[in-house]
Ligand binder design. Structure first.
Ligand code: TYM
Length: 334
């Protein structure tokens, strides 16, 4: 049995798409926050596989990535005894709730989502799900009455939309949802691409040299950091505007070591970029080495299936109750 309900009062939830091996950005932006918060909060963490199919996926690969992400969560320190880990598509009430929310969300508001504008501009053959994706995300969150949603800054707008949807629904139909807040860490809110540091590090990036994936070979990770784009000014100072590459490396170092940006600037004040990058590579590879060891120890174990099978019953019950409440309020009952 889970230890969850004993002492904790506040609830957190987050999800990651299994659309490829997750990146250092996902780890720092979302997973690390959950690991920090799991002692204090009742925590849900899921595999956002229905979000992943809003862009084309190869079925076999998607199937593998789903299991792999569960193993990575655990390997990264998400404790299955303190968190409810589950697969979104196994809980059909997320999609059911999403439809009820879709019918209560103005088209215009959804059209303002910057992630949709960005993704749809890259390929005009996109599916309708890419547009309604933030409402499914709202359903994921609102089904569980969570207090906080730990995410990277790129998802902040979607959490704000979720809040608007919940406030509007509560006003129209009476108190139904708790209003959640995004929880965004101070450092590492957005880890940038190593080659093009004005773009976020992303699973779908075309250039693999700019992206660190948690299952990359450790030597490759070191090489990627050593060849990260910097500038010619030779000062290790945090300045996103003028020094995006160095600022990104400072951010990565800060997020992993827990040191503040000021401390890092002082510590590296008289060192050169080569030495700084080497130390960034040391802390990153050390962290990822541990994750990989744990990952390979559990990826083929029954532990993963046992956890998922136990948890799906818990989350289905919660989301089902929310769905029934919503239906009654809307008038969908006999
Ligand atoms: P996804 O899969 O794009 O990213 C998962 C989490 O990682 C964060 N993230 C980053 N943080 C810092 N730097 C980066 N370069 C970086 N790249 C990604 C994201 O902000 C996110 O927190 N729609 C979501 C998944 C989702 C979800 C939810 C999240 C579905 N339902 C409900 C929270 C609550 C997504 O596509 O994340």
């Amino acid at each position: 049995m889970k230890e969850l309900s004993k002492t904790v009062t506040k609830t957190i939830l987050t999800g990651i798409q299994p659309s490829g091996v997750i990146t250092l950005g996902n780890y720092i932006g979302a997973i690390k926050q959950m690991v920090k918060m799991q002692e204090e909060f009742k925590s849900y963490i899921f595999i956002a596989d229905m979000h992943a199919i809003t862009v084309p996926q190869e079925s076999n690969l998607l199937h593998e990535n789903i299991r792999s992400l569960v193993a990575l969560y655990i390997a990264c320190g998400i404790d299955p005894n303190k968190n409810i880990i589950f697969i979104q598509s196994e809980n059909e009430y997320h999609a059911n709730i999403s439809w009820l929310l879709e019918c209560n969300t103005p088209f215009g508001e959804l059209s303002r989502m910057t992630q949709f504008k960005d993704k749809s501009s890259k390929n005009n053959n996109f599916c309708a799900g890419l547009f309604t994706y933030p409402i499914l995300m709202a359903a994921d969150i609102l089904a569980y009455d969570v207090d906080f949603v730990p995410v990277g800054i790129d998802q902040k707008q979607h959490v704000e939309l979720t809040r608007n949807i919940a406030i509007r629904f509560n006003k129209k139909y009476g108190e139904t949802f708790k209003i959640p807040d995004a929880y965004i860490a101070k450092e590492g809110t957005k880890i940038m691409d190593l080659i093009n540091p004005i773009k976020k590090m992303s699973k779908s990036s075309e250039n693999p040299k700019g992206v660190i994936r948690l299952l990359d070979n450790l030597d490759d990770i070191r090489k990627k950091i050593m060849s990260a784009t910097t500038d010619s000014d030779c000062k290790i100072i945090y300045d996103i505007e003028n020094k995006p590459g160095i600022s990104n490396l400072i951010n990565i170092y800060a997020s992993i070591t827990g040191q503040s940006i000021k401390e890092i600037e002082n510590y590296f004040a008289n060192q050169n970029y080569g030495e700084f990058k080497k130390q960034v590579a040391d802390v990153v590879t050390r962290e990822i080495e541990g994750i990989q060891k744990r990952y390979y120890a559990i990826i083929n174990s029954n532990e993963i299936d046992n956890i998922l099978s136990e948890n799906i019953n818990i989350v289905r019950e919660i989301a089902k109750n929310k769905f029934i409440t919503m239906k009654r309020k809307i008038g969908l009952y006999r």
